[in-house]
Design a binder for this molecule. Sequence first.
Ligand SMILES: [Zn+2]
Length: 150
Amino acid sequence: MIFRPAPELREIAEELKSVTALMWRFHHIDPARIGFFYETTCEKTDKVAELTPVDPLWWSVLDEFGVYWDYLIAVYGYHAEGKSRNWLKILVYHELRHIGIDGKLVKHQVEDFKDILREFGIDWLDNDPDLPDIAKLPANAGWEACSPLN
Ligand SMILES: [Zn+2]
């Protein structure tokens, strides 16, 4: 597998963080502190994407490269190649949702987070290109701040 840096995924994270309906979930997340990568060989993988905390042992090594990452997000080309930007946005949203307020990893129910299943259906991964733009959901779309955290 070969990973390339994926600044377009960080842009998506920044956009999601700026959306009124979603930002309350991401106050504790700084996309600059996440390394985003895309797997380019499209070798078959079970996972569509994954979020990995950076072991603090690596921080001094990363310092040498001028990056300060608490997490890495990898998106696998086998699943993501050719998908729409709306699909990628939901995927990035999903991965960011794994970062808890306390910095620990949050697990989701069943195979996905309830809010994603509710809004986009249980088979959203297979429904590209018919997905709506998660960043354009109205603020009252059920994503407001009083929803349960998971
Ligand atoms: Zn997940």
